[in-house]
Design a protein around this ligand. Structure first.
Ligand code: NAI
Ligand code: MG
Length: 352
């Protein structure tokens, strides 16, 4: 089996962790009988400095025919973050109907949570974030700039198709797991879009009587992620709420350097995009100490999505064994380099 993958390493440590993760996936391919053909695109803030745009005008067309996209991180102190986000990531997510952002929050063996041990035990859930609409919209504007009368308005957009499909995905996922879906809402304060979100949640839950459901206001839910995370199986949330929840999710499993996410087009009409949760980390870029595990985990999700479940599980197992043998980068309290961790993953894969 052959896969054609487009990589966008991006900026900063993205350029370090993407090649590291690619070498681990290549090894997995050699062991499990598939081959990955990588094609790199240098779209980034560095590209922006040279060309005045984050990607070329035909960028989306160049990506369209790849099986999947593997992204590091984009962002640099010289380019405003909204430019890098709206110039690259958001166009890809929307053009390719990657309406699911899936983030595993699992405390793999060897990971250390900052939470008390009895609370952190058995953290194992998935956040399903709506990835195409919601609070991240271009509708709105500003008036009377710089005056005391200044006004800023930002509209949120929730469509029935958009909300139903993310709910359906969450329920289907829960059916393959512990059959429990928690929904993030705020219908006490946000009185149009959130009651609509709740209604659709109720409608879809009626189609799945075997799945247990619960509904939580986003503020209380954020607290529960820290105080009692073991109760969750699948959590479904809007674009903004999901964004916030997933960073808390990454924090409770030990480091922003470990978190991974998939921007998924479930129908497979377009490529999906897999990325580490962290940014370009300008403070440690070039030092060779970036934790590659988030990018490697993203690679494991990509393998899973392509039907290589055995290889995907082996990569996660190699991550755990590497952590358990105390080969860790400084963000996890160790003194290993990116290269040390990568080498350990490659060696361990052969033993799994
Ligand atoms: P960041 O995730 O880059 O860094 C936050 C802190 O975590 C830093 O101290 C960094 O050294 C550390 N860190 C992050 N990843 C690490 C890893 N793999 N290993 C070890 N330590 C790690 O977030 P920050 O500083 O807010 O953003 C920096 C730039 O990255 C900004 O321009 C931002 O817009 C961009 N960014 C891009 C994202 C993406 O491409 N999806 C996501 C988040 C931020
Ligand atoms: Mg992010």
């Amino acid at each position: 089996r052959d896969y054609r993958i487009a990589t966008i390493p991006g900026d900063g440590i993205g350029r370090e962790v993407v090649p590291a993760a690619a070498s681990v996936l290549d090894r997995a391919g050699a062991l499990f009988g598939f081959e990955i053909e990588w094609t790199e695109f240098d779209w980034s803030c560095a590209y922006y400095a040279e060309h005045g745009c984050m990607m070329p005008a035909d960028g989306l067309d160049l990506l369209r025919d790849f099986d999947q996209i593997f992204l590091g991180a984009v962002g640099s102190p010289e380019v405003p973050d909204d430019v890098s986000l709206w110039g690259l990531l958001i166009p890809i997510r929307r053009a390719f109907q990657q309406y699911i952002n899936l983030r595993p929050v699992t405390l793999l063996p060897g990971m250390t949570s900052p939470l008390r041990k009895d609370i952190a035990e058995s953290i194992d859930f998935l956040v399903v974030r709506e990835n195409n609409e919601g609070e991240y919209s271009e509708i709105g504007g500003r008036l009377y700039r710089g005056t005391p009368q200044e006004i800023a308005v930002q509209e949120a957009v929730f469509t029935r198709i958009g909300v139903e499909r993310v709910m359906r995905y969450a329920f289907a996922l829960a059916k393959s797991r512990r059959k429990n879906v928690a929904s993030a809402t705020k219908s006490n304060g946000i009185i149009h879009t959130m009651p609509f979100w709740d209604e659709v949640f109720r409608d879809i839950s009626i189609e799945h009587p075997d799945v247990e459901t619960s509904q939580h206001h986003i503020d209380a839910l954020a607290a529960k992620f820290v105080l009692a995370p073991a109760q969750f199986d699948v959590v479904v949330a809007s674009n903004l709420f999901g964004d916030i929840l997933t960073d808390i999710g990454a924090a409770i499993i030990g480091s922003i350097g470990i978190g991974a996410s998939g921007n998924i087009n479930p129908e497979g009409d377009f490529p999906s995009m897999f990325e580490s949760v962290h940014g370009s980390a300008p403070d440690i870029a070039g030092l060779g100490i970036a934790n590659p595990l988030g990018q490697v985990w993203a690679g494991s999700m990509m393998l899973d999505h392509m039907g290589e479940a055995t290889a995907a599980a082996a990569v996660k197992e190699a991550m755990s064994r590497t952590l358990l043998s105390d080969i860790r980068t400084p963000d996890l309290g160790g003194d290993a380099t990116t290269a040390d961790v990568t080498q350990s993953l490659i060696t361990t894969l052969e033993e799994v």
